[in-house]
Design a protein around this ligand. Structure first.
Ligand SMILES: NC(=O)c1ccc[n+]([C@@H]2O[C@H](COP(=O)([O-])OP(=O)(O)OC[C@H]3O[C@@H](n4cnc5c(N)ncnc54)[C@H](OP(=O)(O)O)[C@@H]3O)[C@@H](O)[C@H]2O)c1
Length: 266
């Protein structure tokens, strides 16, 4: 009997890391459920993976910031009779600059998408994976999860949540057949990076060796996810920095971060 391909749900699949993860999973024969707001981009991606890889791709346009978005998305999936074997919580928002200068309410949207929706989708889709005794969850964090980042205070804190939540859950689920992976990329050339690059000198001065390609991030994320690896930091320079900050005293890491970060908050 031929095995039915596993189905991967990817949030934020209309661009950047999410789109590239979709291409990576499709190239290995996985069926896709593509979620984001921009329907035309999702349809174009679905058409491309059907043509190039012969996989099934279902487009589910959704604004994950509307109230009850996670519950409604799961209801839509049930209506379409779609089973999620792999959940990739990728959609996210980023902010740079002084916290006091952030548009009021912007931090709430960031926390809602990066933290609340990610947790809620995981909570809603996990029980069926446990019943089947198999599944994968991959949460997209960031290297900003490993230390405080002055000038990105809310974003870094949201990614610290993603890392902590993913590591805790991966231990809770040991032996169940369901694994949890935290994909923690460094700065990656996507629209998110281009927006920050256009607005902040500090981003323009980042050495090229610290810039990851979206293809490398997606490949390393895919491999870690299917292998059930708990944590993956794509790129050697990022891995070295993420490890080094664990070795230095917290006050020193914070102070160096403050020195760099304050320049972009004023
Ligand atoms: N780029 C980096 O340097 C970097 C580094 C580390 C971690 N990350 C993380 O990687 C993930 C992807 O980032 P990226 O760089 O690929 O960003 P991106 O190019 O800005 O793409 C973000 C994706 O999220 C979707 N999205 C945003 N708001 C949404 C909403 N309200 N409802 C549904 N979908 C929404 C967008 O689709 P629509 O606009 O169509 O809705 C888009 O597909 C994020 O979690 C980010 O924090 C990025």
């Amino acid at each position: 009997m031929t095995k039915t391909p596993d189905t991967v749900l990817i949030t934020g699949a209309s661009g950047g890391i999410g789109l590239e993860l979709a291409l990576e999973f499709a190239s290995h024969g996985f069926d896709l459920i593509l979620v984001a707001r921009r329907e035309a981009e999702l349809e174009a991606l679905a058409k491309r993976v059907r043509r190039e890889h012969g996989v099934r791709a279902t487009v589910v346009p959704a604004d994950l910031l509307v109230p009850d978005a996670a519950a409604n998305l799961v209801k839509t999936l049930e209506g379409l009779d779609l089973v999620v074997d792999i959940l990739v919580n990728n959609a996210g928002l980023m902010d740079m600059g002084g916290f006091a200068n952030l548009e009021v309410g912007r931090h709430e949207r960031l926390l809602q998408l990066n933290v609340v929706v990610l947790t809620s989708l995981t909570r809603r889709l996990l029980p069926a994976m446990l019943d089947r005794g198999r599944g994968r969850i991959m949460n997209v964090g960031s290297t900003s999860a490993f230390q405080p980042v002055p000038s990105m205070a809310v974003y870094a804190a949201s990614k610290a949540f993603v890392l902590s939540f993913s590591e805790s859950l991966s231990e809770e689920l040991k032996g169940t057949g369901v694994t949890v992976t935290a994909l923690c990329p460094g700065i990656t050339k996507t629209d998110m990076y281009e927006r920050a690059h256009g607005e902040h000198d500090v981003v323009q001065n980042i050495p090229g060796s610290f810039l990851s390609s979206v293809e490398d991030v997606a490949r390393e994320g895919y491999e870690a996810c299917v292998a059930g690896q708990v944590l993956v930091v794509p790129g050697l320079p990022n891995r070295l920095v993420a490890s080094a900050v664990q070795l230095y005293p917290r006050w020193l890491v914070r102070t160096v971060g403050g020195f760099v970060g304050r320049r972009s908050t004023r």
